[in-house]
Design a protein around this ligand. Structure first.
Ligand code: MCA
Ligand code: AMP
Length: 512
């Protein structure tokens, strides 16, 4: 007897409504196309058959750097369906970054827009990638041209729960990005937990306005709607006015804090616009208590804040049901059912309630490790198998967790992670720069903004604007410092370590 198929796609497909001709995704911008569940079924089958026709080795990675589109979502679902490993890449990444990811992940297939085909195919073919397809926002490109000839019937590949489904690059606690390996079971167990915990119900409609190259938009939002057979109102790019206009047609919205801050700046946001909404969820970065309160006053809704990671998908959540407790602004709520979350001191002993310590987690949602980095992986887990998040926080007597900071050197800007070490490395390679320190400072829109403090080589004159312009040509735009300072020397402690906390203190009012 064949064991049950643990392929995540099989579970998502099983949740499609009986009426396959109902609308699954309604595009709210661009060409405003509508996709039915049958469209998803057929397109993912045809794309899966295209991948199968390439005769790829088992476990092959499919890397995708395309603008957000329903076709890109279908490609993701097709990679799951065909049993390969999906590798989403932020559209802002430039050549040096792409070169790193391709070199590390060695994908068999790469999908990119036609306009990037020139430079991406050179990097990909050099790294041994066998196929580079193109996919554009107007649905042109070789990927769909080739898939159009494939059968629209496909038997979902058989997978076990621990087989890999996706790789997401993140830095964890230090340095260069590492590929977090997520299994079918990691993602399905978490999606099922969230379906119940957030009270997904028949008739729910999700507004999807997040990128689909990160966990929040690709897994938490898309899996949530698909696993509930719910319609999505799909925005290829976030626009506060456009999203507010569609709130009356929806019941759920998920966003990073910046999205809430921007909607609050719109007069159109009011109780009437939110009359049909059931739930607003925030995560990926700290939601300021001011934002939490302003939202409550303005809309009558209490945002539900949750906490997660690329390595673990969702970990904690404020309650949805009043019976489970109130939603507390400034906290990330309780450990999700089946997820272990603990606060440990630096010696590995449990911190007393209310004491600040290192957050460690365990559960079926926690990844197996970083791609081809067994040593690094081992460092990130305790001897008793708990994953060290690099986040610092505390838990109170009612089990509410509060994140108070990070032991990892990480800036989260507008919900994107920026690793100071990576920017410092790029800066230090620039002529004239002796050393640099990259910090995050408070920013009303992005939460944290990237700032660089530089020391010039003897005799060199540094021009901040020229340095920013040079960085914009090399790295993703969201990583580029919003401000550059040149100083004679960086503050150091007695150990010689740069005291970034002093620099943060010094520049905390920069964007006030
Ligand atoms: C855009 N810019 C940014 C950012 N985004 N600067 C800093 N941080 C950012 N996040 C800059 C660009 O460099 C550009 O500047 C200018 O803003 C306009 O660019 P554009 O792309 O038009 O910006 P936008 O459309 O306004 O984007 C802002 C945004 C976007 C909508 C907030 O950043 C976004 O969608 N963030 C969501 C990220 C996300 O999905 N995070 C989930 C990670 P210039 O013109 O000077 O170049 S998953 C995760 O963290 C865990 C697992 C979890 O818990 O969910
Ligand atoms: P990523 O590297 O994209 O997986 O981002 C995970 C990190 O985002 C976590 O380790 C936290 O530092 C941060 N994070 C996610 N959700 C929240 C939240 N609700 N509040 C504060 N930080 C968060």
């Amino acid at each position: 007897m064949k064991s049950t198929n643990a392929n995540l796609f099989a579970a998502l497909r099983a949740a499609f409504p009986a009426d396959l001709d109902a609308t699954a995704i309604e595009c709210a911008d661009g060409e405003r196309l509508r996709y039915s569940w049958r469209d998803i079924e057929r397109a993912t089958a045809m794309l899966a058959n295209l991948l199968v026709s390439l005769d790829l080795p088992a476990g092959s990675r499919v890397a995708v750097q395309t603008e957000k589109s329903v076709e890109a979502l279908m490609l993701y679902l097709a990679v799951l369906r065909a049993g390969y490993v999906y590798l989403p890449l932020n559209t802002a990444y430039q050549a040096a970054e792409i070169e790193y990811f391709i070199g590390n992940a060695e994908p068999a297939v790469m999908v990119c827009p036609s306009k990037s085909f020139g430079w991406i195919s050179k990097i990909a073919f050099t790294a041994g990638t066998q196929y580079v397809f193109t996919l554009n926002e107007d649905r042109s490109g070789t990927l769909l041209d080739r898939a159009a000839h494939m059968s629209d019937r496909h038997e979902v590949a058989h997978k076990t729960a621990d087989e890999m489904a996706a790789i997401l690059y993140t830095s964890g606690t230090t340095g260069r990005s590492k590929g977090a390996m997520l299994s079918h079971g990691n993602m399905l167990s978490n999606a099922q937990t969230l379906k119940d915990y957030w009270g997904w119900k028949k008739g729910d409609v999700l507004i999807h306005a997040l990128p689909i190259f990160h966990v929040h938009g690709l897994f938490v939002a898309s899996h949530g709607a698909l696993l509930n057979g719910s319609q999505m109102i799909w925005f290829s790019k976030f626009d506060p006015k456009a999203v507010i206009a569609r709130l009356p047609d929806a019941t759920l919205f998920m966003g990073v804090p910046t999205l809430y801050v921007r909607m609050l700046a719109e007069r159109a946001l009011d109780k009437n616009a939110c009359r049909h909404m059931r739930l607003f969820i925030s995560g990926s970065a700290p939601l300021l208590i001011e934002t939490f309160r302003d939202w409550q006053t303005r809309t009558g809704h209490t945002i539900l804040e949750r906490y997660g990671m690329s390595e673990t998908v969702m970990l904690t959540s404020n309650p949805y049901r009043p019976a489970d407790g109130e939603r507390r602004g400034g906290t990330v709520g309780h450990a999700l059912p089946g997820v272990g979350v603990r606060v440990q001191d630096d010696k590995g002993a449990p911190c007393p309630t209310g004491e600040i310590g290192n957050i460690e987690v365990k559960g079926p949602n926690v990844f197996a490790g970083y791609w081809r980095m067994p040593e690094k992986t081992k460092e990130e887990f305790t001897a008793d198998g708990w994953f060290k998040t690099g986040d610092v926080g505390k838990v109170d007597e009612l089990g509410y967790f509060t994140i108070v900071g990070r032991s990892k050197d990480l800036i989260i800007s507008g919900g994107y992670n920026v690793y100071p070490a990576e920017i410092e490395g790029t800066l230090n390679d620039m002529p004239g720069i002796a050393e640099s320190a990259v910090i995050g400072v408070p920013h009303a829109d992005f939460g944290e903004a990237v700032v660089a403090v530089l020391v010039a080589k003897p005799g060199a004159a540094l021009d901040g604007d020229a340095i920013v312009a040079q960085l914009k040509r090399q790295i993703a735009n969201f990583k580029v410092p919003k401000k550059v300072f040149v100083v004679a020397e960086l503050p150091r402690n007695t150990m010689g370590k740069v005291q970034k906390n002093l620099l943060r203190e010094q520049h905390k009012a920069l964007f006030a």
